[in-house]
Design a binder for this molecule. Structure first.
Ligand code: TYD
Ligand code: MG
Length: 459
């Protein structure tokens, strides 16, 4: 086979004819490795040997889609993240750090789908059949007639098994150990991972079999990360959460069949992952009372509002340059809010170290969190606690104004459900707000950050 070499970024798949220290695409350092590159002609010639199913063109009006076609696992958190169940013929990528629970959730998902009547093939390429059986035993699942398992890493053989078995769902655990024998590069290299995933994706489309691809996120490792695959698959789910905390967040970052940014919250226990039905309650469970720098905000994750606690700590800079640290919140956004607090409110934060943390390991990107973060910093700086029953909503502008947020009614309802008594929100959000009759939460509209801090008694 005629091959030449290229250098590929192990993080995002960017290719270059020469070695680069920093990837111009994803900006990761020292991520380029040399690989054999099979030219497209070589690959496409080989592909026809795989005998992929061919589809005839049809009229688009003759294509019928029924909502009930979606396979529902009954794991509500997962079904919602998928956009209401698994679409037949779709390809889903589950990415995440090693040990976060990708194999566990996939096995649980397989079992649930089997119980719902689907035939499932679990390709356990990383672990032996016995290891997976042990895990299934631990989870108390796997007793059924339609859940098959095989330990196989060769793509051609796997496709042959799928053709014979005709399952509704195939789990490939994980893509980094699968290899296509027609390519010369090693399993786990960018070209192997990309080609195998692309073949699987085309196979899924042609046969209407859904495929779950598991991929490890790697920063420095030698294996190609799932970012290489994002454009090949229909749905990308990422498992987040700190390894040593029991909570896991499954987030849809791409979904051709549902909304993105939808999250599912799980707790890892002794019997696998359990759904967390009311995440707000958990994120607020360990909230300290009567401590400065702690406020509650309402962030929208996909279609669901979640209440989380933001904590700030402000302390005198011991030496030279003041520190700013943000965990779960954008660092640049924090710098901007600190500048607004200095200029518009008059807080002298230039000689203070500032630490902000969103409790529970959740990452907040919603601009509605601004007001809460600014209030937490102000509260910590003044040493005055914020009332425990207040929720804050609002985006902060550079002039210190509070800008409206999306879906305020959902957020207010969630706060009310959890017993909050006051909600400080942007004035503009009050217009045309359709509140339910049994309204026990007091809405306090504000136009500026100063007004909000006055209402909280921390200005
Ligand atoms: P796993 O699904 O193997 O992770 P991944 O496939 O993403 O690498 O999950 C491994 C971790 O989960 C491991 O540290 C053990 C833990 N675990 C539990 O705490 N409870 C359980 O019931 C199971 C099956 C695993
Ligand atoms: Mg695994």
């Amino acid at each position: 086979m005629k091959t030449k070499t290229v250098f590929s970024c192990q993080s995002c798949g960017f290719q270059s004819p020469k070695w680069l220290g920093k990837c111009p695409d994803c900006e990761s350092w020292n991520s380029f490795v040399e690989e054999d590159y099979a030219s497209p002609q070589v690959i496409s010639k080989g592909r026809t040997n795989l005998d992929l199913p061919q589809e005839e063109p049809v009229l688009i009006k003759d294509v019928h889609i029924k909502e009930e076609d979606r396979l529902k696992s009954g794991i509500a958190e997962l079904d919602r993240v998928l956009g209401g169940g698994l679409v037949p013929g779709s390809v889903v990528l589950i990415g995440g750090d090693p040990g976060i629970g990708k194999s566990t959730i996939s096995l649980q998902f397989s079992h649930q789908l089997m119980r719902a009547g689907a035939k499932v093939l679990y390709v356990s390429a990383e672990e032996s059949v016995t290891q997976t059986k042990l895990r299934a035993q631990r989870l108390g699942i796997g007793q059924g007639e339609r859940l098959y398992i095989v330990n196989q890493a060769d793509l051609g053989v796997i496709l042959e098994f799928i053709r014979k078995l005709k399952p509704d769902l195939v789990i490939v655990d994980s893509i980094q150990v699968i290899s296509d024998s027609r390519l010369t590069s090693a399993a786990g290299s960018v070209s192997q991972v990309r080609e195998c995933a692309a073949t699987l994706a085309r196979f899924a489309k042609g046969t209407n079999i859904s495929i779950f691809i598991i991929g490890h996120v790697t920063k420095e490792g030698t294996l190609a990360g799932p970012r290489v695959l994002e454009h090949i698959v229909d749905t990308v789910l990422y498992f987040e959460g700190e390894r040593f905390s029991s909570y896991r967040i499954l987030r849809a970052v791409k979904n051709r069949f549902g909304s993105t940014n939808e999250i599912g919250v799980f707790e890892m226990g002794t019997k696998g992952l359990c759904e967390v039905e009311n995440p707000s309650q958990i994120f607020l469970a360990q909230r300290p009372t009567d401590v400065s720098g702690s406020v509650v905000i309402s962030v929208l994750e996909g279609t669901r509002p979640i209440l989380v606690e933001v904590q700030a700590l402000v302390s005198k800079t011991g030496f030279g340059y003041p520190l700013r640290r943000a965990e779960g919140f954008d660092y640049n956004r924090l710098s901007l809010l600190v500048a607004v607090l200095e200029k518009r409110i008059g807080l002298s934060l230039e000689t203070e170290d500032i630490f902000v943390n969103v409790a529970g390991g959740i990452k907040v990107e919603d601009p509605a969190a601004d007001l809460g973060v600014a209030a937490a910093v102000a509260s910590a700086f003044r040493g005055k606690p914020v009332d425990i029953d207040v929720v804050l909503l609002g985006e902060v502008g550079l002039a210190g104004e509070i800008r409206s947020v999306s879906q305020s009614i959902l957020r207010i309802n969630e706060a009310q459900k959890l017993g909050f008594k006051r909600c400080i929100l942007p004035k503009n959000n009050l217009k045309g707000l359709d509140l339910p009759k049994a309204n026990t939460i007091k809405l306090e509209p504000v136009a500026t950050l100063k007004e909000a801090l006055d209402l909280l008694g921390i200005n």
